[in-house]
Ligand binder design. Structure first.
Ligand code: ZN
Length: 450
């Protein structure tokens, strides 16, 4: 599994942190020769087709020749707030920008990357309105729309070995047009001829690249399509472009809209406190109460996806994923105690050490046996008069469902404390019945014997 390390600036008192979310750069390098392509997603925060496609490159692709550098969340704060640009349109800030602009640091950082001698080509991903057509057909299909187009600023630029951007653009448009989900989705190449006096386009990221001698192409899916179809087109365009230029990719999922949706919606793991807390946000409840959090300015967390972020929201913490809010953590503030990394449990009669941050599958019953001086709380299980639930036998069906961490009522929190400090969490899942366990184990044994 791949962890992406992210630090969130978080002020627990409810004061909004100034600039909590910086974009991340992910280098997928093959170690084999080939060009290096920079892919940028999320320059505008309300274009999920582009930023989810870029994010999938990071989480679900491997590169087997050449290199891919991916910034899936350029305007991260706007993504989280589902806004085109909380500080105005970032894609008009590449010609001139005052140092006092809130986007200044991000724009400078991405400019440095674009200019980096390592980078041979830049792809900037967008979701545009309607459908671009050379001639006016109707309100949504005309020369002023951007959806379903491959954008170039000019046919070619002088010095780069990959300078014929027009040739690439037409090649990828032709390829994707052979894989359309619907004929209405047909792609067209749009040359904005920026250098000939398009003052708006002169302020964009791709034209900044061109001015710095770096070939760049804009890819646009249509906002009229559901996200999974926008991502489908972006991935197709990128795959055929990268094949063309000599960057080879591998992926494990099928390139079709439903498989893409499944890929986007699964495996959103979040971990805190050196992985002593670890859960999947994709299946989490809408609200998680009494979540053990330490009061501090910086919450460090790990996430398995670059679009996942912890965002302070008053005294609570919102877990956001792209444009969506996944869950709201209502914290119980307490100090962390790092003296343990695991706890002993008895599961269906067998004793074992269970590391914090993992899931223990239980058939019928479990009990928790921490060292002397530690206390156990199984969230949603109570016995009158008992404040320490260590060594109690807890059976299937005894934990109240609404206290599960997941929506389906299958994962329960077992928490260990030392005095008032939080030491770690194990999740318990009641899996198959013990009888099934035993019989499947018996079957396994028979198979091994045979
Ligand atoms: Zn855009």
């Amino acid at each position: 599994m791949r962890w992406l390390f992210i630090t969130a600036l978080f002020v627990a008192t409810g004061v909004q942190a100034k600039s909590p979310l910086e974009f991340s750069l992910h280098k997928l390098e093959s170690g084999k020769p080939g060009p290096t392509v920079l892919v940028v997603g999320g320059i505008q925060g309300d274009e999920p087709g582009g930023f989810h496609a870029a994010s999938l490159l990071v989480t679900d692709y491997r590169v087997s020749s050449g290199n891919l550098w991916v910034v899936p969340n350029l305007n991260f704060e706007s993504i989280i707030r589902r806004s085109r640009g909380v500080n105005g349109d970032m894609n008009r800030k590449f010609a001139a920008l005052g140092e006092d602009d809130p986007d200044y640091a991000a724009v400078e950082r991405i400019k440095t990357l674009i200019r980096s001698p390592d980078i041979d080509f830049i792809l900037n991903l967008h979701d545009g309105s309607g459908f671009y057509r050379e001639k006016y057909i109707d309100k949504m299909r005309n020369p002023n729309r951007w959806g379903q187009s491959v954008i170039i600023d000019q046919e070619e630029l002088g010095s780069s070995p990959f300078s014929k951007v027009g040739v690439y653009a037409r090649a990828v448009a032709e390829k994707v047009n052979a894989r359309l989900l619907h004929q209405e989705h047909r792609y067209h190449v749009r040359n904005t001829r920026t250098a000939e006096g398009d003052e708006e386009m002169e302020k964009t990221l791709t034209y900044f690249a061109i001015r710095n001698g770096k070939p760049a192409i804009g890819l646009e899916a249509s906002k009229s399509l559901p996200t999974r179809e926008r991502v489908y087109y972006h991935l197709h365009l990128m795959e055929s472009f990268l094949a063309e230029i000599g960057v080879r990719l591998e992926r494990d999922f099928k390139l079709e809209p439903l498989a893409i949706k499944e890929q986007i919606d699964s495996d959103l793991r979040l971990s805190l406190f050196e992985e002593r807390i670890h859960f999947d946000v994709a299946s989490a409840r809408h609200t998680i109460n009494y979540f053990p959090l330490q009061r501090e300015d910086n919450i460090r967390y790990l996430s398995s996806n670059p679009l996942l972020a912890l965002v302070p929201n008053g005294d609570r913490v919102r877990v956001s994923y792209g444009n969506r809010r996944m869950t709201l953590l209502k914290p119980q503030f307490m100090e962390y105690d790092d003296s343990l990394t695991r706890v002993e449990m008895e599961i269906d009669g067998e004793r074992r050490e269970v590391p914090f941050g993992t899931i223990a599958t239980v058939g019928e019953a479990f009990s928790v046996h921490p060292p002397e001086g530690y206390r156990v709380n199984v969230i949603g299980w109570t016995r009158t008069g008992l404040s320490n639930e260590a060594a109690q036998s807890i059976r299937r069906g005894e934990i109240r469902k609404r206290f599960s961490i997941d929506r389906n009522g299958t994962l329960y929190r077992v928490e260990v404390y030392r005095d008032d400090k939080f030491s770690g969490m194990v999740l318990v899942r009641f899996g198959e019945e013990v009888m099934n366990n035993i019989s499947s184990r018996a079957a396994q044994k028979r198979q091994n014997d045979g």
